[in-house]
Design a binder for this molecule. Sequence first.
Ligand code: NAP
Length: 249
Amino acid sequence: MKEKLILVTGGSRGIGAACVKLLCAQGYAVALNYARNLEAAQAVQRECEAAGGIVHLMQADVSEEPQVMAMFAALDAIGLPLAGLVNNAGVVDVAARVDQMSVARLERMWRSNVLSSFICAREAVKRMSSRHGGQGGAIVNLSSAAARLGSPGQYVDYAASKAAIDTFTLGLAREVAAEGIRVNAIRPGIIATDIHASGGQPDRAQQLAPQVPMQRAGSAEEVAQAIAWLLSDAASYTTGAILDVSGGR
Ligand code: NAP
């Protein structure tokens, strides 16, 4: 398995970090992308390597094409064929109504959550598709239950960016299905990570937990399990699927 390289964007914290740790434990070599928080990325790397895993740190803001291109050049230099991509990096913003949203906010949302996933997938397909001489692979995109709920009064922009990820997943899955690549998405519900604090609501997961049919927030590790399954050969006939990991919400 250590000959199988998986790139996880936003792997330094939250769901991405849990995913890096699980994939390492399952024996993959993992490229951990992060944007700014080197300390958090190094902590994940140390934990994985102490358990015998292999983690390559890849700093890049995935909403910036030149940085994505440099990251994929660094991936190529590792010398292992890319077997999978987890398009996990994503952001929210503070609660606002649509009639309060600036273009700067909207552009950051599209770039961080949609453009980033498109350009990372584009580069991954160039390397994994049999059409380009690749050996196939799997892509997992992080959507959100917000894509179904719309997030009124909170962040309709975020919800719409994740709805774009759902459609992107369906279209790309069908586009590359005959080229050895499976493309699926996960729609997490309320998961206890730092993302809520970055949207100005550090207690959001605890506050909304009673509204979840399972009466609790999910953990990053529970989402990572679903991602790892979709990446694995156990999901060999699953493509274009959008899997809710949301406690019934
Ligand atoms: P998080 O705890 O805030 O972590 C975000 C990660 O993404 C960090 O590793 C961060 O890197 C990285 N990142 C952000 N923007 C980036 C960029 N432009 N380039 C590279 N890396 C970037 O988030 P999370 O809760 O784990 O969420 C992960 C994914 O799941 C997101 O797509 C999110 O929308 C989705 N999701 C989360 C929830 C939830 O309740 N938590 C629910 C539904 C969907 P640094 O450490 O360097 O900042």
